[in-house]
Design a protein around this ligand. Structure first.
Ligand code: NAD
Length: 307
């Protein structure tokens, strides 16, 4: 095992992702003080060696590095300024936000961090809860080279790959672009299977061809939306997540915001955001995102509107 410099880390947001991420930092030898609004999350992290903070401010008071893993941009921005997190930290603290948030919010967070005399990095992740547990996440980072260099060894304790994508907000930009590919490609793969069904083509035959031909993609070969060809895919387990449809809808909504703000002609991205929003609000609320194939097959979403 590589020797790491032991850091004092404040970790805010100990949910599905943050809890196991904080536990991996403890395993790597860091001193982690954590806080979450949900006392049970703090207790569970405590069992993994995370020192419980009395509040978010308390958790960051003695930290060199502060990591946030929160639901959305508004939580990060409110915590940083209105709720006094930046003010509670020592000058020059490195603030790493690993939440998936709007690119504009990420840039606003960088500005707030800088105004308060600290250093910042946006570093959202890919890999889901299983990746958080196994410390195999991919981190996509945005910010200065010095900030990235300082954060990299800490992020490496929670992931397998850490990529510096560019300046402020570039990590979030990479995250939403990647997940837009994933959302669109899951719809494409699902539509192809449903079209194949109507043409009398077996799932296995289409899989055997497309998985080794130009239709090959992760949505097909790792998260195949029909049961059978890929035993580990959620389709074999009644579409239990996996990567939940509401999280895909959230990421596509962030992509759609950026598409509209930038005036980008990304029509498939906008349409995928609409389809996943509708799916996640209805039968997809508790399903893996690949369950969208059942909506496509039915030809209409839960609310009966034609899609
Ligand atoms: P989660 O809801 O399980 O965890 C978020 C935690 O933040 C909750 O426990 C909540 O109580 C806490 N929180 C909210 N506001 C707080 C505050 N002011 N102070 C302290 N704690 C606060 O969500 P999650 O699944 O862990 O996801 C976290 C982030 O990671 C999201 O931005 C999500 O989009 C992203 N993400 C999730 C996955 C996944 O598979 N779950 C994958 C990649 C990225």
């Amino acid at each position: 095992m590589t020797t790491v410099t032991r850091r004092a880390i404040g970790f805010i947001g100990l949910g599905h992702m943050g809890g196991p991420m904080a536990a991996n930092l403890v395993r790597a030898g860091h001193r982690v003080t954590g806080f979450d609004l949900v006392p049970e999350a703090v207790r569970a992290a405590g069992a993994a060696g995370v020192v419980p903070g009395a509040s978010a401010a308390d958790a960051v008071a003695g930290a060199d590095v502060v990591i946030t893993m929160l639901p959305a941009g508004r939580h990060v921005l409110a915590l940083y300024e209105e709720q006094g997190l930046l003010a509670a930290a020592r000058p020059g603290t490195l603030f790493v936000d690993c939440s998936t948030i709007d690119v504009a919010d990420a840039r606003a967070a960088h500005e707030a961090v800088r105004r308060a005399g600290h250093r910042g990095l946006d570093a959202p992740v890919s890999g889901g809860v299983s990746g958080a547990e196994a410390a195999t996440l991919t981190f996509m980072a945005g910010g200065g080279a010095a900030e990235f260099a300082a954060a990299e060894p800490v992020l490496a304790a929670m992931g397998r790959k850490v990529v510096h994508c560019g300046p402020d907000g570039a990590g979030q930009a990479a995250k939403i672009c990647n997940n837009m590919i994933l959302g669109i490609s899951m719809i494409a793969v699902s539509e192809a299977f449903v079209l194949g069904e109507s043409l009398g083509l077996s799932h296995q035959a289409l899989f055997d061809v497309a998985s080794t031909a130009s239709g090959q993609c992760w949505a097909l070969t790792a998260n195949c939306p029909v049961p059978g060809p890929v035993p580990a895919s959620p389709a074999n387990h009644d579409y239990r997540p996996g990567f939940s449809a509401p999280l895909m809808a959230k990421d596509l909504a962030l992509a759609a915001n950026a598409i509209r703000e930038g005036g980008v002609g990304a029509e498939m991205g906008l349409r995928a955001a609409e389809l996943f929003a509708s799916f996640a609000e209805g039968r997809g609320a508790g399903e893996d995102f690949s369950g969208i194939i059942r909506t496509i097959r039915d030809g209409s979403p839960q609310d009966g509107k034609t899609i």
